[in-house]
Design a protein around this ligand. Structure first.
Ligand SMILES: [Zn+2]
Length: 897
């Protein structure tokens, strides 16, 4: 048996533009999926009649009548089930959720039982195996029962109409939160163990002061000050009953006579919020509203502030980041971080993989897409290795709109599974607990409606500035359908998880597919007869022998442009790595551009290969598609590159990543993701700069090699300007949350892409080219096909350089302040004095001092300002016209005279 774990929806680490992070406190809880189609269509057959008799026996409080339904009175599990009947519940509902044939005969039912005793209820799920036998068809008997899951402690909560309290000098404290109510009134909703919900009315003051400096930047963006303070006139608190007394000392609450006006107002507030927290949607089991009790240490405060609207504070002890503040109306996370207590127990860094139940090892997916109908049908075999000590149920991610038809394994045959409402997940139950390191292959059959995803992952700013004057001339783009990391089109782990794969994808014969893996032969006519009125179909096969983070495909009309092998130079003296098989495919109108891309793509692959000494994947396909905006998406083994058509109706040039001076930028950036983001992954949302900043810097390095220093300098200048302008929006380490509060994607690109790249450039100058690239190769080699963090990268660079880089990363990645350097120079006889002084924060800052001579020549000197003041004497070769700092834009510091 397993207890339901209410897994919370986390920020989707695979995406960054629209992270639909639903706060834990908001969770309207996971519940069993809708009745399966097979169970629905069976009406009053024999097993259904047995379920009715079971329900009637429980309702009547007759355990003996339950035992009589077994093949013998000692059937395993039936005694436990019979305990529902003593005492007789106020109400019981039993629903058949699934049914499967048992081998060699008999039937297996999945039952869901709702039992209510007074204002408290429990939901359990059961496996019930019905015996085969001569009269099984008309009179089945239970051969075995097993309780699979339990959700207990559900309460029907309401404001107690007979209790009101006078509030005096109440100070309610949560981690970094204070609610002060000098005088007011309170109502409670109670369980048998005490109050769990409190409505506070009266003028109060809320303060929220995160200790984490990065979070303070976000509070400032939201509230104008680094500590949030606002008056409020009502609050709704959820607390564990046993902790009520600590939060609400009896001295601050004294009973009084109930005022009907106050009660009405408190009830209104209660109604507004009770459904939003710790609530459970019982679907067809009960129309009433059932609430769970917060876990020990958990606290939710819904505060109706005057100035900032309704805010939700939550402390959720089990989460890696246990404190959060949420703007309910705008659906934005304002703060999400680990409390001091949490940091002392888990350390400063965490990986999203730390709590996963299993490792995905291999996906074998056979899938048919009908993009015109947004329809998908799939058969997937997912091989996993158990990581938990014992695993009796397993959570998989799969789009909620897809219906699961069956889950089977070779060992256990057909398995019971549950869909979870409101989350893209399903829970598979095993008949016995699987031990750690067990490998098992699940075969999952599924299908249903599924929209293709937007490829806005690398999108440029969508400012909604349609250029309406040109609308008449607008040419519609070639349709493309992307199924990738955001629409959960195949069963997968709950976090991105490196695994190998084989994909068989069938599409209508006029469409083509580019997908994760190396294409195995040309497409063939899809197996199976073509139904009348259906178009013939083609099947494509892709094999990925190296692990990838997630599977992707793009479906469109493609012309195969060219294929060639790209040689990768060995790093050092080692044997040369195998070549990369490069292909280009393009939408028909992009064919000629596609031909020009083959050499370009090859030169980019060669260049990156030479920097790292190998390529992570043996093949790479560039899919050239049309879109209103430039940009792309780069899963392992391929990239989608959007070509905006002439007269595109969308203006996009005012964007941190619109490098007008360098056309191949997007291609260079997307190709770099094969190494950074795919080859080496990132271990949670904080670390996304290891993907985007690295891809951005590699694109700039390629631009330098391709077009020389002036183009490189132009890119640095643009990246630097955006990075400095936006740095007050928070540190690089905030990942997707940069720009999130204001819904401004350019902030994210300015900091995670551009500032990330500039930081790499400064790091390179700090440690020197040789050590920098050596460190990069070591980092890549150590973390290939794994998820890394900034601390891992720092260690790799420290190992290569022999330097302590703590302050560098503290200042530039975890901190947000841009150093300001006061610069002076004095030219003397044959030498010059230069002086730099940090005026604001002191972060190790490398920068170039350029000596410009009167004869037109120049000389560059690298200095690193690590301390408050740096003074240097520079020898001069002749008469000097001027001495300038940061003329190459290589440093993020602001220089003032
Ligand atoms: Zn990118």
């Amino acid at each position: 048996m397993s207890t339901w774990r209410f897994t919370l929806i986390r920020p989707d680490s695979g995406s960054n533009i629209e992270p639909l992070m639903v706060l834990r406190a908001l969770l309207v809880i996971a519940l069993l999926g809708p009745t399966s189609a097979s169970a629905q269509t069976r009406s009053a057959d024999a097993p259904a009649a047995l379920v009715e008799r079971l329900e009637a026996a429980v309702a009547a409080g007759k355990p003996e009548a339950i035992l009589a339904l077994g093949v013998t009175p000692t059937v395993p599990g039936l005694q436990l089930f019979a305990s529902f009947a003593t005492p007789a519940p106020t109400r019981v509902i039993i629903k058949e959720r699934d049914r499967a044939d048992l081998e060699p005969s008999g039937e297996r039912l999945l039952l869901e039982v709702f039992s209510e005793y007074g204002g408290e209820s429990t939901i359990t799920t059961w496996r019930a195996d019905l015996a085969a036998g001569p009269d099984a068809a008309t009179n089945p008997r239970i051969a075995e029962m097993e309780q699979l899951t339990i959700v207990s402690g559900l309460y029907k909560l309401a404001v107690s109409p007979s209790k009101q309290f006078t509030v005096r000098n109440l100070t309610l404290r949560g981690t970094d939160l204070t609610l002060e109510v000098p005088s007011g009134t309170a109502f409670v909703a109670e369980t048998s163990e005490g109050p769990t919900a409190v409505v506070l009315l009266g003028r109060g003051r809320m303060t929220f002061a995160p200790s984490d400096p990065a979070e303070r930047t976000q509070i400032r963006i939201f509230a104008g000050e680094t500590e949030l303070a606002s008056d409020f006139d009502a609050a709704f608190i959820r607390v564990r009953p046993s902790e009520f007394g600590d939060l609400f000392p009896s001295a601050s609450l004294s009973p009084r006579a109930v005022s009907s006006g106050d009660l009405r107002r408190a009830s209104e507030i209660f109604e507004d919020y009770i459904g939003q927290t710790f609530n459970i949607d019982l679907r067809d089991l009960s129309r009433e509203r059932w609430s769970l009790i917060p876990s020990s240490g958990d606290l939710v405060a819904e505060v109706r502030t005057r100035r900032l609207g309704s805010l939700t504070y939550a402390r959720s002890i089990k989460d890696a980041e246990d404190i959060s503040l949420f703007d309910r109306k705008r659906r934005r996370n304002i703060a999400v971080y680990a409390s001091r207590q949490k940091l002392s127990s888990r350390g400063r860094f965490y990986g999203e993989d730390e709590l996963v139940e299993y490792d995905a090892l291999d996906h074998d997916v056979d899938v048919a897409f009908s993009p015109d109908r947004s329809w998908v049908e799939g058969e997937s075999t997912l091989k996993v290795r158990v990581r938990s000590v014992a695993l009796s149920s397993m959570t998989l991610r799969l789009a909620e709109s897809l219906t699961v038809r069956s889950v089977t394994t070779a060992e256990f045959g057909r398995l019971l599974y549950l869909r979870v409402i409101g989350q893209n997940s399903m829970i598979v139950n095993f008949p016995t607990a699987l031990r750690r390191n067990t490998e098992i292959a699940l075969r999952i059959s599924y299908g249903g409606r599924l929209q293709a995803q937007q490829i806005d992952r690398e999108g440029i700013a969508l400012d909604q500035q349609s250029n309406t004057q040109q609308e008449d001339l607008y040419i519609p783009v070639e349709p493309q359908f992307v199924y990738s990391n955001r629409n959960y089109w195949y069963p997968q782990n709950t976090v991105t998880d490196y695994a190998t794969s084989r994909l068989r994808i069938s599409v209508p014969a006029d469409l083509d597919v580019v997908a994760s893996g190396t294409e195995v032969g040309p497409p063939v006519t899809a197996p199976g007869a073509v139904a009348p009125g259906q178009r013939p179909r083609k099947q494509f096969v892709f094999q990925a022998d190296r692990p990838l983070r997630y599977l992707s495909c793009v479906i469109s009309r493609f012309t195969r442009i060219a294929t060639r092998d790209v040689t990768i130079a060995a790093a050092g003296t080692g044997a040369p790595p195998p070549p990369v098989q490069l292909s280009v495919q393009a939408n028909p109108r992009q064919a000629s551009r596609g031909r020009s891309m083959i050499e370009r793509s090859a030169s980019i692959l060669e260049f990156y290969g030479s920097l790292i000494g190998e390529a992570p994947y043996p093949s790479f396909t560039l899919a050239l598609t049309e879109n209103d905006l430039p940009g792309g998406h780069s899963p392992a083994y391929f990239a989608i590159l959007n070509q905006p058509l002439p007269l595109s109706p969308v203006l996009w040039r005012n964007d941190p990543v619109a490098f007008e001076g360098y056309g191949p930028y997007f291609l260079a950036h997307e190709v770099a993701h094969q190494w950074w983001g795919q080859g080496v992954g990132w271990k949670n949302y904080h670390e996304q700069w290891l993907s985007e900043g690295f891809a951005q810097y590699f694109a700039a390095l390629y631009a330098a090699r391709d077009r020389g220093d002036d183009v490189f300098r132009g890119m640095l200048r643009q990246m630097r300007r955006w990075a400095i302008d936006q740095s007050d929006q928070g540190p690089v380490y905030l990942g997707y949350r940069l720009g999130h509060i204001k819904g401004e994607g350019r902030v994210f690109r300015a900091l995670v892409y551009n500032k990330g790249a500039m930081i790499l450039h400064m790091l390179r100058r700090l440690v020197g080219d040789e050590k920098f690239f050596e460190g990069l190769r070591q980092f890549y080699g150590t973390w290939k096909f794994r998820k890394a963090g900034t601390d891992d990268f720092r260690r790799a660079m420290e190992k290569a350089s022999g330097l302590d880089l703590t302050t560098f990363f503290e200042g530039w990645i975890y901190g947000s302040a841009i150093p300001e350097l006061a610069f002076t120079s004095t030219i003397g006889q044959g030498e010059a004095q230069v002086r730099f002084e940090h005026r604001r924060t002191v972060s190790p800052t490398p920068l170039t001092v350029s000596i410009l001579y009167t004869d037109g020549s120049s000389e560059d000197v690298l200095v690193v300002v690590s301390d408050q003041v740096l003074e240097r004497t520079l020898p001069l070769k002749g008469p000097v016209r001027s001495i300038e700092a940061n003329r190459d834009y290589g440093s993020l510091a602001e220089i003032v005279k």
